[in-house]
Structures are given as C-alpha cells and as structure tokens.
Design a protein. Structure first.
Lengths: 417, 282
C-alpha cells in the first residue's frame, strides 16, 4: 500500500492529569475522504489539532508522508502546513471583519496576488457557498448556517491539498447538513484534496467517506471503509453508531444502510418459498444541473421530502427505506406484490405533486437568484422478488423499469408541474 | 513502657515536622509567586522582542496606521480633557501656595515642569491604559478564546506579526505624541486658571515657562512616555494573548480578569518605572 499521507504511531495527548488520547495509531491516505467518528468529548478535535500542529503530542510520533514531524526542519513543517487548511467547529471567523474580508484574509496575508485576482477568487468562493447576500455583513449578523459556509469558503480559498473539517455540519438543519456534506464531496472530486472530517452525521457521512476512523475511549478502535464498519463487532457500534442511526431515522424517515440490511434480512427470512416482496427504487434525476442552478440545498430538500413522503406512504404497510446513494432511495415492501406497490406509488406521486415542490421552491427562492428554469424529475421503478433472490438483482431490475412519476419545472417566477 | 516512649517520640517528631511545614508555607508561597513572576517577566520580554522584530516584515504599514488611529487619534479627546483640568488645578493650587511667599510669578514654571517632567507622561499613560489598553486586552483575549488566533496559525499568518506588532509599534509612536499634546493643553489649562481666572500677568506666566523649562526636561518626559508605551502595550497584549492560560478562570471570565489585570499591572508598572526612570535621568 502507498505511504500514508499522515500517520500516528502510539500518539498520546494529556491535558494536565487527564489523558485525552492514548496510544493512537492511524493512517490517512492522500486523495481520500477520511471521517473520524466518536462521541462528544472523545478527543476528535484534539486529533485534528495534532494533525495541523496546533497541539503537540506528549508521546508517540506523527509522520507526514512517512517522515516524523519531530525530525522535520522548520521550513519543511511550514511547507507541509501550507498544504493544509482547517475549518473550526466554532467557525473562528474574525468578528471585526466582514465575510468578504474574512475569506480574503489568507490570500491578502500569505500571497502577493493582485487585488483584482484576490477579488475574483473570493467572489467565486462566495458564489459557490451561496453567500452573495452576505458579502458586506459581519459574522455576528449571519445565521449559524451562513457562518459555517463562510468558514468553509475561507478554508477552501487557498486551494489547499489537505482540508480538516471539524464538525462542519454542527448546528445545521437536516437539509443544510447534507448540503454541506454534498458540497465537501463535490469539492473533493473537483479539486482532489484530501479531506479529514470529524462528523456525527451517520450514515450520511458514509456516502462521501472513503475511510472511517472510530475513536472510542481515548483510542482508535477501527479504521477501514464504511462497508467494513458494517461488520465491525465492538461496543463502539452500540454506543455510538446505533444511537446516531436512531436519530437519523427520526429526522428523515430513512434507515441507515446497516439497519436496512438487518431489517431486510429479518423480514425476508420469515417468508416462505413462493411468497413475494416488492422493491421500489426512486431516483432524483440530473442532480448536478439542480446543484448548478439552485445549489446543494435544493437537492437535499427534495431528497429529504422524498424520504419523509416515502415513509408516510410505504411505511404504513410495513415498508422500510434507505438512501442508497446521493440521489437514490430504495424501499422494500416485504408484504406487497407488484400490483399493490403500483397502487401505493400512484398515491405517493399524487400526494407529492400537491405539496412538495412548493416547499422546495420557497426554500430556494429565499436564497438563490435563478438564471433559468430548472427541472426536478423523479423516476420510480418497481420489481418483484422472492426471498431466495439476491436483493441487488431485484434492485437492478427495479431500476431498469424506472419511469417518470413526477416532474416539475421551477422557473424564475413560479413553478409548472 | 518502651512502646509508649516510642509513640511519644514519634508524635513529638511528627509535631515538629508539621510545625516546620506550617512555618515554611508562607516562604514557599512567596518563593513560588516570585518564580512565577520572573517566568512571566521573561516570557513577556521575549514576546515584546519578537513583536518588535516583526515590525519590519511586509504588509505591516496599513495595520500600524489603523492601530495609530485606535490607540492614538481616538484617545486625543480624552487626553485633552484630562490635561486641561490637570493644568487648571495645578495652577490653582500652586497660586494659593506661592502667593503666601509672594512668589506667584513662579506658577508657570511649576505648572509646566510638573506637567512636562511627571504628570504629562504618567497621566497620559494611565489614560491610554484605561481607554485603549483595556480594549486591546479584551479584543485579543476574545480572539484567543474564540479560536481566531488558532485560525491565524492554521492560515500560516503569524499572530505576533498580525496582531501584536502593529499595536506595540502604534503605542510607541502614539504615547510621546499624546504626552506632548497633554503637556501643551495642560499649560493652556494653567493659563486659563492662573491668568484668566486668578489675574496673573500672562507675560510673567509664559516668561517663567520659557526661562525655566529646558530641552532636557522635554526629552526626559518623552523618554518616560516611550518607556510607558512599551510597558502598557506589552502588558495589555500579553494578558490578552495568554488569556486562555489563566489558572483562575476560563472563557469570557478569563478575558474579563485579563482585562482587569492588564489595567492594574500597567498602572502599577507605570508608577514603579516612573520612579526608576526619573532616578536614572535626574
């Protein structure tokens, strides 16, 4: 395997008599999104501060590209730090500077760029983070969400190669939380930086993470892919992941992938040969176009609304759903055949048409000046399976039968359905 | 009997040991405090020299001008107000003291020398400490506890260069200028009280000033102002910068206590250093 970008070897950090991190061993690889999960006060922020050099370890070694930081020259350390950027949990915006000045500060102070070039870069970030209305405002005049986005814009202004996000979604509503995670994923793809993320947003954070590190009782108890975490057997899962998943279900009506797998296994195991079940796959089409025109919030709002309405219609007859990827929701109807599923789907589409787009429109109108009409299209496909069949093949079959069940065009002045 | 004797000896030994601890406790506390103060003095000195060294880095001029406005220009009104009444009361008191000896012609000399040598630098420094010094500590302290200083580190912006250096430089420039303004306005205050209200001859008032005030008096006053500037700027910036390391409190309370400490320590050090500088210059 490649040399890790950052590696901890038996790192211990104490504050007075209290040991916060004990013999931590971890690897973070270049170009990946690595998420650190753990309970509040577990030392996740301390871990990030050790990486960026704000704190020094009491014991152990931190290696950067295979070289111990303690043996690096000051010039080398500065060169390494120059590649990093940090988004603080509390934002750490300069309260005496405007949003524009906050974002421009790193460029003004650490580069010799011309004012026009700084202005161009700052305005581009401001547009991307939907802060155009807040350019001249001070941080205290912004909502928590806007402050978060201003901090995100500042963290990305120098085009860093490594970005550390300390709970970037704290204090955000469910739509904004997913919008920020989606933005991080999009920027990660676009700019190719290495992201190290501290987050509680389970399971949403799994969609954007290549690797997950689990911090539990002062040490790293797991490092691997989100899929590997599904099979990880440790008290950490009961105490941390399960509790967060329950909260997620309450907020969105959707189960985590792991919960979905367990439910599916339990439900279908009870069925006898010959009995059937149905699967419905919902897809929000062309999300990149929606993001471009309306921002991440609109996509997340639409997905969230879909989740709640799917739960309302299909949950009543024993159905359970999960978000399979950024624009797809899968629903299992363990007791319904394809005919019954089609009837419920029709009811769902009718109900959704009447209400949801207005909410999405209201949310979007508040924040974005639309350049032109934007189409929202939801596809749905149904397939019938038997308990012995692999669920993935039934999902694939449902996807292949997808057809448009709802389409709305959002125009500058209104909506046509 | 032997165990009893042993136990008596033991208890006597224990009592002596406890008495020893009790007697040594105040000395131990004083020693600990002295060591702590020496350590703070050392780190504050390093802090000052690093800040001064970083004045000469690029992009500092605009920040220094900004701080000159906050520390200097915005303190002018309060300095003028204090100085005019200081001059007036000096003139009033000295007139009634000197008139008993028929020496009221020396009012101008007394007012001007008192202001230029002592009251100008000291009162200016104390007024700036109260107005700008406390604000510096509070501002830097809040930046510290809200992780804004950590954010500067992560952006590779040196906080000493960005925050401290311009403030120390602006203080060193502002203090002598404001002291000069204090002296001039104070002399005018003395004129208002002595000449306009008490009827002294204006020619006598100004002649006595011209005849008795020497260039050394003025330079000594300005040297004191510069020393006070270094003390006030260092103490106020240091207290704010390390507000998060206070042992007696955390968060907003730490910033409040740091601000109080900055003002109190600055005022005490102004008076102590005033005596030391005066004894060296006289």
């Amino acid at each position: 395997m490649n040399t890790p970008l950052i590696e901890f070897k038996d790192v211990t950090k104490n504050f007075g008599d209290r040991t916060v991190l004990e013999r931590i061993n971890l690897e973070i690889y270049e170009g990946e999104v690595t998420t650190i999960i753990g309970l509040s006060g577990a030392g996740k922020s301390v871990l990030l501060k050790l990486i960026i050099g704000l704190l020094k370890p009491d014991e152990g070694t931190i290696l950067f590209r295979g070289k111990p930081v303690s043996k690096m020259k000051k010039k080398e350390i500065n060169a390494a730090l120059a590649q990093m950027s940090y988004m603080f949990q509390g934002n750490a915006l300069f309260d005496s500077l405007t949003v524009y000045e906050n974002i421009a500060l790193p460029l003004l102070e650490t580069t010799n760029l011309k004012k026009s070039e700084i202005d161009r870069r700052v305005m581009a970030r401001i547009e991307q983070t939907e802060l155009a209305d807040a350019v001249k405002k001070f941080p205290s005049e912004l909502s928590g969400g806007m402050q978060k986005r201003a901090a995100l814009a500042r963290a990305l202004i120098t085009d860093p190669k490594i970005v550390l996000f300390d709970e970037p979604t704290t204090g955000q509503d469910p739509v904004r939380k997913n919008a920020i995670l989606s933005m991080i994923a999009q920027y990660h793809r676009k700019f190719g930086f290495t992201a190290i993320l501290v987050s509680h947003e389970i399971p949403d954070v799994y969609f954007i993470s290549n690797r997950v590190l689990a911090l539990y009782e002062r040490t790293i108890v797991f490092q691997g892919t989100p899929e590997e975490l599904e099979d990880f057997d440790h008290p950490f899962k009961d105490e941390v992941i399960h509790s967060l998943e329950v909260l997620q279900k309450e907020l969105t009506g959707l189960y985590s992938k792991r919960q979905f797998k367990v439910l599916n296994h339990a439900q279908l195991r009870r069925r006898t040969f010959g009995e059937t079940y149905s699967i419905v796959v919902f897809t929000l089409e062309d999300i990149s176009s929606i993001i471009t025109h309306l921002g991440h919030d609109a996509v997340q709002e639409a997905i969230r609304r879909m989740g709640l309405y799917i739960d309302k219609h299909f949950g009543a007859i024993g159905g359970f759903s999960t978000r399979r990827n950024s624009n797809e929701i899968v629903t299992v109807l363990p007791y319904s055949d394809i005919t019954e599923a089609e009837i419920i789907l029709k009811d769902f589409a009718k109900d959704f048409q009447g209400l949801e787009i207005n909410d999405i429109r209201t949310g979007v109108r508040r924040r974005v000046a639309m350049a032109g009409p934007v189409e929202f299209t939801i596809l749905a496909g149904i397939a019938q399976g038997q308990p012995i069949a692999e669920i993935d093949s039934v999902i694939a079959s449902a996807k292949s039968h997808q057809k448009e069940i709802w389409m709305a065009t959002m125009c500058r002045r209104g909506v046509s359905i | 009997m032997a165990p009893e004797a042993n136990s008596r000896n033991l208890s006597q030994g224990e009592a002596k040991r406890r008495l020893g601890i009790l007697l040594s406790r105040p000395f131990s506390a004083i020693g600990k405090e002295v060591i702590s103060w020496i350590s703070i003095l050392g780190s504050a000195t390093v802090f000052l020299f690093l800040a001064l060294f970083k004045v000469f880095r690029s992009k500092q001029l605009s920040k220094i001008v900004q701080q000159l406005y906050y520390i200097g220009a915005r303190s002018t009104t309060i300095i003028m107000l204090v100085s005019v009444f200081t001059g007036m009361v000096l003139s009033l008191q000295s007139y009634y003291a000197l008139v008993k000896f028929g020496a009221q012609g020396a009012v101008g000399t007394l007012v001007s020398l008192s202001l230029i040598r002592e009251l100008g630098p000291v009162l200016t420094a104390i007024m700036i400490t109260a107005r700008a010094g406390s604000a510096i500590t509070a501002e830097i302290g809040i930046q510290r506890i809200s992780e804004q200083i950590d954010a500067l580190h992560t952006m590779r912006i040196d906080p000493l260069r960005h925050l401290i250096s311009p403030r120390v430089t602006a203080a060193i420039i502002s203090f002598p200028i404001l002291t000069t303004i204090f002296d001039l306005i104070g002399i005018i205050g003395g004129y208002i009280s002595g000449v306009m209200l008490l009827g002294l001859n204006s020619g006598v008032y100004f002649h006595s000033i011209q005849a008795n005030v020497e260039l050394k008096d003025i330079t000594d006053g300005l040297i004191k102002a510069t020393v006070f500037a270094v003390i006030v700027a260092t103490v106020c910036c240091y207290q704010g910068y390390f507000a998060h390391m206070r042992r007696d409190s955390h968060g907003a309370k730490a910033v409040g206590l740091a601000t109080t400490s900055a003002v109190v320590i600055s005022c005490v050090l102004i008076l102590v250093s005033d005596y030391i500088v005066t004894s060296l210059l006289i």
